[in-house]
Design a protein around this ligand. Structure first.
Ligand SMILES: Cc1cc2nc3c(=O)[nH]c(=O)nc-3n(C[C@H](O)[C@H](O)[C@H](O)COP(=O)(O)OP(=O)(O)OC[C@H]3O[C@@H](n4cnc5c(N)ncnc54)[C@H](O)[C@@H]3O)c2cc1C
Length: 510
């Protein structure tokens, strides 16, 4: 029998959503944070642009609301959007009170502007806002006496009793398997970008939360709305490093293998067309010329402009021998953000009692068919805090003994093979531009791989194989939910379907 630990609340994941919830409930309860790698390993720490909030003098939450709805193709949940934008200012204040340092000018927050936002609204810390936010949150939770943190604690199952989530089990490095019982569990496991060949997401983004929730019957929605960033570095030593849109804003141009500035063939706004348009153009050009990447040309820009405006990118590229003022940068679109996820209500409750979800793993309804730039960090805080308010008066009992769920994996070698097939198929059949045939093929391949995995799963727990299974489960939702959509909208683009009029709205993918 595995050791059972008891807490008031469990938190799975240590990105912005998980740590926001943990910190908020630690004021009145004992909390345990389980995270599968080092505490800072998360999508959160890679966020570049910033956090959207109507804090500017001429801005209002109404404008932020309007921009969010336009970006989402108006299929967002209006209540969730209003809750998000009305709580944005408070979220920024909360982070500042915890010690986050945001860029200021004359004592006021210095706000950036991104695609889809009608005004300057992005609160930021240079080009590494996520790092600053994660640093702040980690310091705060580590200082709390009410929070126990287990790193390298891989959650392998949620445990239910009579349909209610009562806790989870984790395999912890050096300790083995443990069972955790609590009044409620917060799922904050982030994204699932690793199901594609190219993604900006770090290695922890393997859709674990989707698979954990799926296993206990939670509803999962909108997984077809997968956001791709047009320009990430294509290089074997530095995969999918984001090259911000600001480089194109500064005059960077896109060229194909023949050196031709191909955006002339696609959109009058050229490189500054909406990002989903640019991503689709690059995708088409790569398919047409049968190449693995296109190029971002900044060689005509002044060296001092490049080093001043893009110091991080300039230095990173130099380490792999690319000089921005001399060489073209090989770029490729990459998966970036999952708008769908585990369905939650306004208090972040999933459809399974006792289970909450927040951050990228959740589907709050805020993003609709496309996420407005820099709304995701905001969503992570606002809905984690909504959950913390909902659980204040939670009087559920804690089950002292929970039965662990058996976990079986395929071998590491088999896992690598299956994951490679999956990533290739998802990129080919469920990427930026889809077809009905391609989606059907993708769903069939995934379902075949799931059967194969299950029939060969005889080995004990190992993280790579279990992540591969989680990716398969998540990818199956992407393919099947994309197939179920009868019209194109926002991020879902199937060549065989009619397109909603909102398709070409300027939206961002940072
Ligand atoms: C390169 C990049 C740039 C971005 N820029 C911006 C931006 O400028 N503005 C913006 O708003 N958004 C941005 N985003 C998106 C944003 O960073 C994420 O959506 C957000 O950080 C998600 O936070 P989260 O807490 O939900 O998940 P994460 O921060 O990803 O945290 C998930 C946590 O769960 C843990 N975990 C996962 N599975 C398990 C398991 N089975 N057991 C235990 N632990 C587990 C992980 O280890 C991790 O600690 C960007 C994303 C990327 C990748």
């Amino acid at each position: 029998m595995a050791i059972t630990e008891q807490y008031d609340f469990l938190v799975i994941g240590s990105g912005l959503a998980g740590l926001s919830f943990a910190l908020s409930v630690s004021e009145f309860a004992k909390v345990c944070v389980l995270t599968k790698a080092e505490i800072s390993d998360s999508n959160t720490q890679w966020a570049q642009g910033g956090i959207a909030a109507a804090v500017g003098e001429s801005d209002t939450w109404l404008l932020h609301e309007q921009d969010t709805l336009i970006a989402g193709g108006n299929i967002n949940d209006p209540e969730a959007v209003r809750y998000l934008v009305q709580n944005a200012t408070g979220a920024i204040q909360w982070l500042e009170d915890l010690g986050a340092k945001f860029d200021k000018e004359h004592g006021e927050l210095s706000l950036g502007k991104e695609g889809g936002h009608s005004t300057h609204r992005i609160v930021r810390h240079a080009d590494n806002t996520g790092w600053e936010v994660e640093r702040t949150m980690v310091a705060a939770v580590q200082a709390s006496k009410n929070i126990t943190i287990y790193e390298k604690a891989y959650v392998t199952a949620l445990i239910t009793v009579d349909g209610v989530c009562r806790g989870c089990q984790a395999t912890i490095s050096g300790l083995g398997q443990r069972v955790f019982a609590a009044k409620a569990t917060m799922l904050a496991t982030g994204g699932c970008g690793r199901m594609y060949q190219h993604t900006t997401n770090p290695r922890v983004a393997t859709g674990d939360g989707i698979a954990l929730a799926h296993a206990i019957g939670a509803e999962i929605l909108d997984m077809e709305f997968m956001q791709f960033h047009p320009t990430t570095l294509y290089h074997p030593q530095m995969r999918s490093f984001l090259i911000t849109e600001a480089v194109r804003g500064a005059g960077g141009t896109l060229r194909n293998h023949h050196g031709r500035r191909f955006m002339y063939d696609y959109d009058a706004r050229l490189e500054l067309a909406p990002r989903d348009v640019v991503a689709r153009a690059i995708d088409a050009e790569m398919k047409k010329l049968q190449t693995w990447c296109v190029y971002l040309d900044t060689t005509h820009l002044e060296t001092h402009q490049l080093t001043h405006e893009f110091p991080t990118i300039y230095e990173k590229l130099r380490t792999i021998g690319i000089e921005m003022d001399r060489d073209w940068i090989p770029v490729v679109p990459a998966q970036h953000y999952s708008c769908g996820g585990v369905k939650t209500n306004s208090q972040s409750q999933t459809t399974i009692p006792g289970l909450y979800a927040a951050g990228e793993v959740s589907r709050t309804g805020v993003h609709g068919a496309n996420r407005l730039a820099s709304n995701s960090l905001l969503e992570a805080i606002v809905f984690a805090k909504a959950a913390s308010e909902a659980v204040v008066n939670n009087t559920s009992s804690i089950f002292a003994r929970l039965e662990p769920v058996p976990v079986k994996c395929v071998s590491e070698a088999n896992s690598v093979r299956i994951r490679t097939i999956l990533q290739h198929q998802m990129t080919k059949g469920a990427g930026i531009v889809r077809t009905t045939e391609g989606l059907k093929e993708t769903a069939a391949v995934i379902q075949g791989l799931i059967k194969e995995y299950d029939s060969q799963a005889t080995a004990p727990f190992s993280s790579h194989p279990i992540e591969t299974k989680n990716l398969l489960i998540s990818a199956n939702y992407v393919a099947t939910q994309a197939l179920a959509r009868t019209k194109n909208i926002g991020l879902h683009f199937n060549q065989d379907l009619p397109t909603e009029s909102t398709q070409n709205i300027p939206v961002a993918t940072r």
